[in-house]
Write a protein that binds this ligand. Structure first.
Ligand SMILES: Nc1ncnc2c1ncn2[C@@H]1O[C@H](COP(=O)(O)OP(=O)(O)OP(=O)(O)O)[C@@H](O)[C@H]1O
Ligand code: SF4
Ligand SMILES: [Mg+2]
Length: 328
Protein backbone atom coordinates (compact mmCIF):
# COMPACT_ATOMS: atom_id res chain seq x y z
CA UNK A 1 0.00 0.00 0.00
CA UNK A 2 1.33 3.48 -0.89
CA UNK A 3 2.57 5.94 1.72
CA UNK A 4 -0.01 8.29 3.16
CA UNK A 5 0.04 11.71 1.52
CA UNK A 6 -1.89 13.28 4.38
CA UNK A 7 -1.03 12.07 7.83
CA UNK A 8 -2.84 13.47 10.87
CA UNK A 9 -1.70 12.20 14.26
CA UNK A 10 -3.50 12.91 17.51
CA UNK A 11 -4.65 16.32 16.32
CA UNK A 12 -6.27 18.56 18.91
CA UNK A 13 -7.79 21.96 18.26
CA UNK A 14 -9.26 24.40 20.78
CA UNK A 15 -10.80 27.79 20.15
CA UNK A 16 -10.41 30.71 22.53
CA UNK A 17 -7.76 28.98 24.67
CA UNK A 18 -5.53 31.37 26.55
CA UNK A 19 -2.31 30.21 28.19
CA UNK A 20 -3.32 26.58 27.69
CA UNK A 21 -6.45 26.88 29.83
CA UNK A 22 -10.14 27.19 29.14
CA UNK A 23 -11.47 27.47 25.61
CA UNK A 24 -13.56 25.06 23.60
CA UNK A 25 -11.98 21.74 22.69
CA UNK A 26 -13.25 21.10 19.16
CA UNK A 27 -10.97 18.24 18.05
CA UNK A 28 -9.57 15.78 20.51
CA UNK A 29 -6.65 13.57 19.45
CA UNK A 30 -7.89 12.79 15.95
CA UNK A 31 -5.70 10.53 13.78
CA UNK A 32 -6.29 9.69 10.13
CA UNK A 33 -4.53 9.29 6.79
CA UNK A 34 -5.28 9.74 3.09
CA UNK A 35 -3.27 8.34 0.19
CA UNK A 36 -2.75 9.66 -3.35
CA UNK A 37 -5.55 8.68 -5.68
CA UNK A 38 -7.83 7.87 -2.75
CA UNK A 39 -11.05 9.52 -1.60
CA UNK A 40 -11.49 9.68 2.15
CA UNK A 41 -14.97 10.65 3.32
CA UNK A 42 -15.28 12.42 6.67
CA UNK A 43 -18.77 12.18 8.10
CA UNK A 44 -20.19 13.80 11.21
CA UNK A 45 -23.17 15.81 12.35
CA UNK A 46 -23.16 19.60 12.51
CA UNK A 47 -20.58 20.96 14.97
CA UNK A 48 -18.59 17.70 15.09
CA UNK A 49 -15.44 19.51 13.90
CA UNK A 50 -15.28 18.59 10.19
CA UNK A 51 -14.52 22.09 8.91
CA UNK A 52 -12.09 22.67 11.76
CA UNK A 53 -10.24 19.49 10.77
CA UNK A 54 -9.93 20.50 7.11
CA UNK A 55 -8.89 24.05 8.01
CA UNK A 56 -6.19 22.71 10.31
CA UNK A 57 -4.58 21.02 7.30
CA UNK A 58 -4.22 24.37 5.55
CA UNK A 59 -2.96 26.11 8.68
CA UNK A 60 -6.22 27.90 9.53
CA UNK A 61 -7.28 26.23 12.80
CA UNK A 62 -5.69 26.83 16.22
CA UNK A 63 -3.88 23.51 16.69
CA UNK A 64 -3.11 22.75 20.34
CA UNK A 65 -1.60 19.29 19.94
CA UNK A 66 -0.60 16.55 17.54
CA UNK A 67 0.97 16.56 14.09
CA UNK A 68 -0.12 17.07 10.49
CA UNK A 69 2.06 16.27 7.50
CA UNK A 70 1.28 16.68 3.81
CA UNK A 71 3.50 14.98 1.25
CA UNK A 72 6.26 14.59 3.82
CA UNK A 73 6.16 18.23 5.00
CA UNK A 74 5.30 18.54 8.66
CA UNK A 75 2.91 21.45 8.76
CA UNK A 76 2.70 21.71 12.52
CA UNK A 77 6.42 22.54 12.58
CA UNK A 78 6.06 25.48 10.16
CA UNK A 79 5.99 29.05 11.40
CA UNK A 80 5.82 32.55 9.88
CA UNK A 81 7.24 32.74 6.38
CA UNK A 82 7.56 28.96 5.97
CA UNK A 83 3.87 28.56 6.82
CA UNK A 84 2.85 31.34 4.41
CA UNK A 85 4.88 29.71 1.65
CA UNK A 86 3.30 26.33 2.33
CA UNK A 87 -0.17 27.92 2.05
CA UNK A 88 0.71 29.77 -1.13
CA UNK A 89 2.25 26.69 -2.75
CA UNK A 90 -1.23 25.24 -3.10
CA UNK A 91 0.03 21.71 -2.26
CA UNK A 92 -3.07 21.32 -0.11
CA UNK A 93 -6.21 23.05 -1.35
CA UNK A 94 -9.23 23.65 0.86
CA UNK A 95 -12.55 24.11 -0.95
CA UNK A 96 -14.74 26.28 1.27
CA UNK A 97 -18.09 25.10 2.56
CA UNK A 98 -19.89 28.10 1.06
CA UNK A 99 -18.70 28.84 -2.53
CA UNK A 100 -20.57 32.13 -2.81
CA UNK A 101 -18.76 33.56 0.21
CA UNK A 102 -15.44 32.10 -0.91
CA UNK A 103 -15.47 33.74 -4.34
CA UNK A 104 -14.84 37.48 -4.89
CA UNK A 105 -18.15 38.67 -6.38
CA UNK A 106 -16.42 41.23 -8.61
CA UNK A 107 -14.04 38.86 -10.40
CA UNK A 108 -14.95 36.92 -13.52
CA UNK A 109 -14.66 33.14 -13.56
CA UNK A 110 -11.53 33.44 -15.71
CA UNK A 111 -9.82 35.77 -13.21
CA UNK A 112 -11.00 33.76 -10.21
CA UNK A 113 -9.38 30.62 -11.56
CA UNK A 114 -6.13 32.40 -12.52
CA UNK A 115 -5.94 34.19 -9.15
CA UNK A 116 -4.17 31.45 -7.12
CA UNK A 117 -1.41 31.42 -9.77
CA UNK A 118 -1.11 35.21 -9.71
CA UNK A 119 -0.68 35.03 -5.92
CA UNK A 120 2.28 32.66 -6.26
CA UNK A 121 3.60 34.56 -9.31
CA UNK A 122 3.72 31.31 -11.31
CA UNK A 123 4.61 31.85 -15.00
CA UNK A 124 3.77 34.77 -17.29
CA UNK A 125 0.29 36.28 -17.50
CA UNK A 126 -0.29 34.33 -20.70
CA UNK A 127 0.81 31.04 -19.17
CA UNK A 128 -1.40 31.62 -16.16
CA UNK A 129 -4.38 32.28 -18.37
CA UNK A 130 -3.66 29.08 -20.36
CA UNK A 131 -3.47 27.08 -17.16
CA UNK A 132 -6.71 28.63 -15.94
CA UNK A 133 -8.42 27.70 -19.22
CA UNK A 134 -7.11 24.13 -18.88
CA UNK A 135 -8.41 23.94 -15.29
CA UNK A 136 -11.85 25.10 -16.45
CA UNK A 137 -11.85 22.35 -19.07
CA UNK A 138 -10.73 19.82 -16.48
CA UNK A 139 -13.77 20.51 -14.32
CA UNK A 140 -16.07 20.50 -17.34
CA UNK A 141 -17.11 24.15 -17.12
CA UNK A 142 -18.46 25.57 -20.37
CA UNK A 143 -15.90 28.17 -21.69
CA UNK A 144 -18.74 30.63 -22.35
CA UNK A 145 -19.07 30.99 -18.57
CA UNK A 146 -15.53 32.35 -18.21
CA UNK A 147 -16.71 35.97 -18.40
CA UNK A 148 -19.47 35.58 -15.83
CA UNK A 149 -19.39 36.73 -12.21
CA UNK A 150 -19.99 34.20 -9.39
CA UNK A 151 -23.45 35.66 -8.72
CA UNK A 152 -24.45 34.75 -12.29
CA UNK A 153 -23.74 31.03 -11.85
CA UNK A 154 -25.75 28.10 -10.55
CA UNK A 155 -24.68 26.32 -7.36
CA UNK A 156 -23.19 23.43 -9.33
CA UNK A 157 -21.26 25.80 -11.58
CA UNK A 158 -19.90 27.70 -8.58
CA UNK A 159 -18.73 24.44 -7.05
CA UNK A 160 -16.87 23.69 -10.29
CA UNK A 161 -15.23 27.13 -10.21
CA UNK A 162 -13.99 26.41 -6.68
CA UNK A 163 -12.65 23.10 -7.90
CA UNK A 164 -10.96 24.71 -10.93
CA UNK A 165 -9.31 27.25 -8.61
CA UNK A 166 -8.02 24.36 -6.55
CA UNK A 167 -6.71 22.16 -9.35
CA UNK A 168 -5.02 25.04 -11.17
CA UNK A 169 -2.20 24.98 -8.58
CA UNK A 170 -1.64 21.24 -9.24
CA UNK A 171 -2.26 20.26 -5.64
CA UNK A 172 -1.34 16.95 -4.00
CA UNK A 173 -4.32 17.11 -1.67
CA UNK A 174 -7.88 18.43 -2.08
CA UNK A 175 -10.08 19.02 0.96
CA UNK A 176 -13.67 19.64 -0.11
CA UNK A 177 -16.00 20.90 2.61
CA UNK A 178 -19.61 19.84 1.99
CA UNK A 179 -19.13 20.21 -1.79
CA UNK A 180 -22.56 18.88 -2.69
CA UNK A 181 -24.78 19.72 0.28
CA UNK A 182 -26.40 22.69 -1.49
CA UNK A 183 -26.93 20.88 -4.81
CA UNK A 184 -29.89 18.96 -6.19
CA UNK A 185 -29.55 15.22 -6.81
CA UNK A 186 -28.49 15.47 -10.44
CA UNK A 187 -25.85 18.17 -9.82
CA UNK A 188 -24.68 16.29 -6.75
CA UNK A 189 -23.93 13.20 -8.82
CA UNK A 190 -22.12 15.23 -11.48
CA UNK A 191 -19.88 16.94 -8.96
CA UNK A 192 -19.15 13.70 -7.09
CA UNK A 193 -18.24 11.98 -10.36
CA UNK A 194 -15.96 14.90 -11.13
CA UNK A 195 -14.03 14.33 -7.89
CA UNK A 196 -13.81 10.66 -8.78
CA UNK A 197 -12.35 11.45 -12.20
CA UNK A 198 -9.92 14.10 -10.94
CA UNK A 199 -8.42 11.96 -8.20
CA UNK A 200 -7.40 9.45 -10.88
CA UNK A 201 -6.31 11.99 -13.51
CA UNK A 202 -4.32 14.11 -11.08
CA UNK A 203 -3.36 11.35 -8.64
CA UNK A 204 -4.36 13.59 -5.74
CA UNK A 205 -5.57 12.55 -2.31
CA UNK A 206 -9.13 13.81 -1.84
CA UNK A 207 -10.87 14.38 1.47
CA UNK A 208 -14.61 14.97 1.11
CA UNK A 209 -16.41 16.26 4.16
CA UNK A 210 -20.13 15.70 4.51
CA UNK A 211 -22.90 15.36 7.05
CA UNK A 212 -24.73 13.16 4.53
CA UNK A 213 -23.73 9.52 4.46
CA UNK A 214 -25.49 8.79 1.18
CA UNK A 215 -23.29 11.36 -0.65
CA UNK A 216 -20.15 9.63 0.55
CA UNK A 217 -21.34 6.04 0.24
CA UNK A 218 -20.94 5.73 -3.50
CA UNK A 219 -17.66 7.60 -3.84
CA UNK A 220 -15.39 7.34 -0.80
CA UNK A 221 -12.86 4.50 -0.62
CA UNK A 222 -12.67 4.91 3.12
CA UNK A 223 -14.81 6.64 5.69
CA UNK A 224 -13.87 8.36 8.93
CA UNK A 225 -16.66 9.07 11.43
CA UNK A 226 -16.38 12.10 13.72
CA UNK A 227 -18.54 12.60 16.77
CA UNK A 228 -18.09 15.77 18.85
CA UNK A 229 -14.44 16.14 17.97
CA UNK A 230 -13.53 12.48 18.44
CA UNK A 231 -12.87 10.01 15.64
CA UNK A 232 -15.08 7.08 16.61
CA UNK A 233 -14.59 4.76 13.64
CA UNK A 234 -12.77 4.54 10.31
CA UNK A 235 -12.21 1.95 7.62
CA UNK A 236 -13.06 0.88 4.07
CA UNK A 237 -16.46 2.28 3.11
CA UNK A 238 -18.20 -0.96 2.16
CA UNK A 239 -17.19 -2.69 5.38
CA UNK A 240 -17.99 0.26 7.63
CA UNK A 241 -21.44 0.67 6.10
CA UNK A 242 -22.34 -3.00 5.99
CA UNK A 243 -21.08 -3.82 9.47
CA UNK A 244 -20.49 -0.73 11.59
CA UNK A 245 -18.37 -1.37 14.66
CA UNK A 246 -19.38 1.76 16.56
CA UNK A 247 -22.94 2.34 17.81
CA UNK A 248 -22.87 5.88 16.40
CA UNK A 249 -21.94 4.66 12.92
CA UNK A 250 -24.70 2.07 13.24
CA UNK A 251 -27.15 4.84 14.12
CA UNK A 252 -26.04 6.84 11.07
CA UNK A 253 -26.38 3.91 8.70
CA UNK A 254 -29.66 2.75 10.21
CA UNK A 255 -31.03 6.27 9.76
CA UNK A 256 -30.07 6.35 6.06
CA UNK A 257 -32.07 3.60 4.32
CA UNK A 258 -30.28 4.24 1.01
CA UNK A 259 -26.95 3.16 2.49
CA UNK A 260 -28.16 0.49 4.88
CA UNK A 261 -26.93 -2.75 3.36
CA UNK A 262 -26.45 -6.07 5.07
CA UNK A 263 -27.24 -5.08 8.60
CA UNK A 264 -30.82 -4.50 9.45
CA UNK A 265 -30.88 -2.38 12.55
CA UNK A 266 -33.51 0.21 13.30
CA UNK A 267 -32.56 3.58 14.84
CA UNK A 268 -34.93 2.87 17.75
CA UNK A 269 -32.76 -0.09 18.78
CA UNK A 270 -29.71 2.16 19.05
CA UNK A 271 -31.05 5.06 21.07
CA UNK A 272 -30.23 5.64 24.74
CA UNK A 273 -33.04 4.85 27.16
CA UNK A 274 -31.32 5.91 30.40
CA UNK A 275 -29.85 9.34 31.19
CA UNK A 276 -26.06 9.60 31.35
CA UNK A 277 -24.11 11.86 33.69
CA UNK A 278 -20.43 12.60 33.69
CA UNK A 279 -17.37 12.06 31.57
CA UNK A 280 -16.01 9.14 29.59
CA UNK A 281 -17.11 8.14 26.11
CA UNK A 282 -18.25 11.17 24.15
CA UNK A 283 -21.17 9.20 22.66
CA UNK A 284 -22.39 7.77 25.99
CA UNK A 285 -25.32 10.21 26.48
CA UNK A 286 -26.86 8.91 23.25
CA UNK A 287 -25.69 5.31 23.40
CA UNK A 288 -28.08 2.43 24.10
CA UNK A 289 -25.15 0.30 25.37
CA UNK A 290 -23.48 2.73 27.78
CA UNK A 291 -22.51 1.27 31.14
CA UNK A 292 -19.99 1.92 33.90
CA UNK A 293 -16.97 0.88 31.81
CA UNK A 294 -17.85 3.70 29.39
CA UNK A 295 -16.91 6.27 32.02
CA UNK A 296 -13.35 5.58 30.90
CA UNK A 297 -12.77 7.18 27.53
CA UNK A 298 -12.40 4.49 24.83
CA UNK A 299 -9.20 4.74 22.80
CA UNK A 300 -9.00 3.79 19.10
CA UNK A 301 -8.36 0.08 18.55
CA UNK A 302 -7.10 -1.33 15.25
CA UNK A 303 -9.13 -4.13 13.68
CA UNK A 304 -8.41 -6.42 10.72
CA UNK A 305 -8.96 -5.00 7.23
CA UNK A 306 -7.64 -1.53 8.03
CA UNK A 307 -10.48 -0.74 10.40
CA UNK A 308 -10.38 1.20 13.63
CA UNK A 309 -12.97 1.81 16.34
CA UNK A 310 -13.14 3.61 19.68
CA UNK A 311 -15.78 1.76 21.71
CA UNK A 312 -15.46 -0.57 24.70
CA UNK A 313 -18.25 -2.73 23.34
CA UNK A 314 -17.37 -2.80 19.65
CA UNK A 315 -17.46 -6.60 19.68
CA UNK A 316 -20.50 -7.23 21.81
CA UNK A 317 -23.04 -4.41 21.54
CA UNK A 318 -24.93 -6.26 18.80
CA UNK A 319 -25.45 -9.23 21.07
CA UNK A 320 -27.02 -6.88 23.60
CA UNK A 321 -29.77 -5.69 21.28
CA UNK A 322 -32.76 -7.20 23.00
CA UNK A 323 -35.65 -6.11 20.86
CA UNK A 324 -36.37 -7.93 17.60
CA UNK A 325 -35.59 -6.06 14.40
CA UNK A 326 -38.46 -3.66 13.79
CA UNK A 327 -40.32 -3.34 10.55
CA UNK A 328 -39.35 -0.27 8.51
N1 LIG B 1 -13.56 30.40 14.75
C1 LIG B 1 -14.21 29.74 15.72
N2 LIG B 1 -14.25 30.23 16.97
C2 LIG B 1 -14.87 29.58 17.99
N3 LIG B 1 -15.51 28.39 17.82
C3 LIG B 1 -15.51 27.85 16.59
C4 LIG B 1 -14.86 28.50 15.48
N4 LIG B 1 -15.04 27.73 14.37
C5 LIG B 1 -15.76 26.65 14.79
N5 LIG B 1 -16.04 26.74 16.11
C6 LIG B 1 -16.79 25.75 16.90
O1 LIG B 1 -16.20 24.48 16.69
C7 LIG B 1 -17.20 23.48 16.63
C8 LIG B 1 -17.00 22.68 15.34
O2 LIG B 1 -17.23 23.55 14.25
P1 LIG B 1 -17.03 23.08 12.74
O3 LIG B 1 -17.35 24.24 11.89
O4 LIG B 1 -15.70 22.45 12.60
O5 LIG B 1 -18.15 21.94 12.64
P2 LIG B 1 -18.69 21.16 11.36
O6 LIG B 1 -18.61 19.71 11.69
O7 LIG B 1 -17.97 21.61 10.15
O8 LIG B 1 -20.22 21.59 11.33
P3 LIG B 1 -21.18 21.86 10.06
O9 LIG B 1 -21.64 20.51 9.59
O10 LIG B 1 -22.30 22.66 10.64
O11 LIG B 1 -20.42 22.60 9.01
C9 LIG B 1 -18.53 24.18 16.73
O12 LIG B 1 -18.98 24.08 18.05
C10 LIG B 1 -18.22 25.59 16.38
O13 LIG B 1 -19.08 26.48 17.02
S1 SF4 C 1 -17.82 3.10 24.71
FE1 SF4 C 1 -19.78 2.63 25.68
S2 SF4 C 1 -20.99 4.52 25.51
FE2 SF4 C 1 -19.29 4.67 24.06
S3 SF4 C 1 -20.12 3.96 22.13
FE3 SF4 C 1 -19.16 2.19 23.14
S4 SF4 C 1 -20.80 1.21 24.32
FE4 SF4 C 1 -21.52 3.24 23.77
MG1 LIG D 1 -18.53 22.59 8.48
Amino acid sequence: MSEALLRIEELSVAFGRRGGRGGQQVLDQVSLEARSGEILGVIGETGSGKTTLARAVVGLSPVTGGRISVDGVELTGLRGRALREYRRSGAAQYLFQDPLRALDPDLTVRDLVAEPLAVTGAGSREQRSERAAAALRQVGLDPVLADRLPGQLSGGQRQRVLLARAVVTRPRLLLADEPVSALDASNRNHVLRLFDRLRKELDVAVVIISHDLSSLAGIADRIAVLYRGRLVEQGPTAEVLSRPLHPYTALLTASAPSVRREHDLHPAQLRATAPWEGAGCVFAPRCAFAEDACRVRPEAQARPGGREVACHHADDWRARIAAPVLAH
